[in-house]
Design a protein around this ligand. Sequence first.
Ligand code: CA
Ligand code: CA
Length: 298
Amino acid sequence: MFTLSDEKYITAFSAENEPVLRVPDGATVAVATQDCYMNNLRAANDPRGEAKGPAIGCNPATGPIFVEGAMPGDTLACDILSIAVGEYASMRISNRSGFMRGRVTEPIVRCVPLKDGFAELAGVKMPLDPMIGVIGVAPETGEVSTEAPGAHGGNMDSRLIRAGSTLYLPVCHEGALLALGDVHAKMGDGEMCVCGLECPAVVMLRVRVIHGRQERWPVLRGEDGSFSVLASGEDLDEAARFAADAMLDFLVRRSQIDVNELILLMSLVCHLEVCQVVDPLITARVRLEGGALPELAF
Ligand code: CA
Ligand code: CA
């Protein structure tokens, strides 16, 4: 097994980034990740003590990891084996960011202990459901901030990117250059206030190269056998349109069923859902129920 410390991180996905780890196809890697504020956000009387630096909300993503054998036109499958969260999570709201900013009357910074699989906020105790906010590969051209989502993955903030799922990312450059971070111990669909339970973590994942196969957008297989296409756009309408079109393309390539019949079926067994509405682009997913279509595989 390979390990990667959270000191090696990027703040933009790019083919220009130097890999910090090289692994063979099929390798398992334990990746330590900082929280989105570089582990430096502190509330009043914070039990974590002094911060080591400014609380910049830059979504540091640990990596990039060079996966041997991954070439443009391939897909990188990332099996998320486990997500171990730290002891504390942070949240921050203000009237300057987030879907609910117009309703915020007072800025808040909160430190939330994560204990025995639960968190408590405002007297409400809730089970944790860890997920990865940022995970992606080098984009086809240029660089993309780790604050943005896209066809390369990135800041998609889908709560379904959790242990037991497999994320399929389109490889655009040799080695793929995988990086990840911005783990949330819990988050609701939409991430409406602008953050989840932001926490450091150790993510265990296995990387596999699927040669000569690629989708336009990241695809996620859930533990329940569901398949989701994760697409991002300027607004929710555009993101939804991209995700629906990509799901139909995904099905057409894998099914003998006529395209019009597939459109009928999509309306019955596919669900249009919101990942997040707060990053520079909006991310939607269309999720095909597990087992709805027989023998469907990536
Ligand atoms: Ca995020
Ligand atoms: Ca986040």
